[in-house]
Design a protein around this ligand. Structure first.
Ligand SMILES: Cc1cc2nc3c(=O)[nH]c(=O)nc-3n(C[C@H](O)[C@H](O)[C@H](O)COP(=O)(O)OP(=O)(O)OC[C@H]3O[C@@H](n4cnc5c(N)ncnc54)[C@H](O)[C@@H]3O)c2cc1C
Length: 374
């Protein structure tokens, strides 16, 4: 039975794991509470596994800064610890003349964000690099890549444990209350309900992070923390398409996502997706009626594929702060001093590029925790 802990992290997705590794490195007493039986069973294992360059986001946003920093940290981490990855590059394509100005805007945006290796491609240059793609022009991002996200999660978990972080699985946080300068955290596990005291609480609860914040007494409507679920589904292409493309191929972005793109796995398998559909509830079924929409979307720049070669594959849910047709929202990574919760650190709306940004997010949160212990 726990009595008192230094730092209680809620959630063992990539963000909770990376944060636990970072904080435990500083020799603090760290516990991670996870409602599932093990780590990484939610959004962190239901994504495109792309290491993003940091092109799309407004400059000075956390998404831009932490993505660019995270990308470089992640490549170093993968090199040092044998986590499989491929820096295969990505091309955003303009399927018609009207989309070319988008590429130019993205080029400028990327450069403002510190992505310095971007290259605009003519139709001929694009054709040379990707003979199976039909498009008017492209924007090449050489530093984009893919990684084996499960190995990354497993690595972060083992390192956090080696450094002293303790993991409590099958345990759901169901209440957070101020107790002087600390917090009384209520948990539910197989044995029932119990409570302990934490000096610092870090909310890395992904799709549940708005509710955790609400549990602590924050008015999430007023704070702008209410999450919207935005589903992203994938279809796989049959094995005859293995060498169809060399790089990741993206259309120009749409409002809620990066657009249905073509990704190549480390094993060479080709996937299409994700789409972006706002939904009310969490369910990971792929809606097969979306198949035609996928086909039509990708056929604009990949004319050789056939409808019958698409198979439903998997789905993930984005924890989005912006609702349909709303403007860009940044990650929330905040010490809740103004709401009178100075030792509660909220991470809300950690959608893409959260996987890429994870080591940088962990550093950012690690500094906040250090300040609290100074
Ligand atoms: C379709 C899709 C594609 C994406 N593609 C990419 C990509 O290519 N590249 C990229 O960089 N990013 C991508 N992302 C984003 C990336 O996957 C996420 O940003 C990242 O995985 C978020 O990690 P997390 O730890 O915050 O959340 P999660 O992985 O969801 O972890 C949160 C954890 O908190 C636990 N939890 C919740 N409530 C409680 C509670 N009360 N008590 C205890 N535990 C609790 C959950 O069980 C869960 O394990 C994509 C996301 C989606 C949905």
């Amino acid at each position: 039975m726990l009595a008192e802990v230094g730092v209680a992290i809620i959630g063992a997705g990539v963000i909770g794991l990376a944060t636990a590794r970072e904080i435990a490195q500083g020799k603090k007493d760290v516990f991670v509470f996870e409602k599932n039986r093990t780590f990484g069973l939610e959004t962190s294992s239901r994504n495109s596994e792309v290491i993003h360059a940091g092109i799309y986001y407004p400059e000075d946003s956390l998404k831009a800064k932490l993505c660019v920093e995270g990308k470089s940290l992640l490549y170093k981490l993968c090199d040092k610890h044998n986590i499989a990855y491929k820096k295969l590059g990505k091309i955003i394509v303009a399927a018609d003349e009207n989309e070319i100005s988008w590429l130019e805007e993205l080029y400028e945006q990327g450069r403002k964000n510190g992505v310095e290796d971007l290259m605009l491609l003519s139709q001929t240059e694009l054709k040379k690099l990707e003979p199976n793609i039909e498009a008017r022009a492209g924007l090449l991002s050489p530093s984009s890549g893919i990684l084996d996200s499960y190995t990354l999660l497993k690595f972060l978990y083992s390192q956090a444990r080696e450094k002293g972080a303790r993991f409590v699985f099958d345990t759901e946080v169901i209440g957070i209350e101020r107790a002087g300068a600390k917090y009384k955290v209520q948990i539910k596990d197989r044995d029932g309900i119990s409570a302990f005291v934490a000096h610092v609480v870090v909310n890395c609860a992904g799709l549940n992070s708005d509710r955790i914040s609400q549990l602590a007494g924050i008015d999430i409507a007023k704070a702008g923390y209410k999450l919207h679920y935005c589903k992203g589904e994938y279809f796989s292409l049959s094995s005859k398409y293995r060498n169809l493309v060399v790089r990741l191929i993206y259309p120009v972005p749409e409002q809620a996502g990066h657009g249905i793109h073509v990704t190549v796995g480390l094993d060479g398998r080709v996937r299409l997706g994700p789409n972006a559909r706002y939904v009310e509830a969490i369910d990971y079924e792929v809606d097969v009626t979306q198949k035609e929409a996928f086909y039509n979307s990708v056929k604009r720049f990949l004319p050789h594929i056939e409808l019958e070669d698409l198979e439903p594959e998997s789905a993930g849910i984005r924890p989005k702060l912006q609702g349909p047709d709303e403007a860009f929202r940044d990650f929330v990574i905040a010490r809740e001093e103004k709401a009178s919760f100075p030792s509660l650190i909220n991470l809300i709306g950690i959608e893409s590029p959260g996987l890429t940004a994870s080591p940088a997010i962990a550093r950012y949160v690690g500094k906040m925790v250090d300040e609290l212990f100074d």
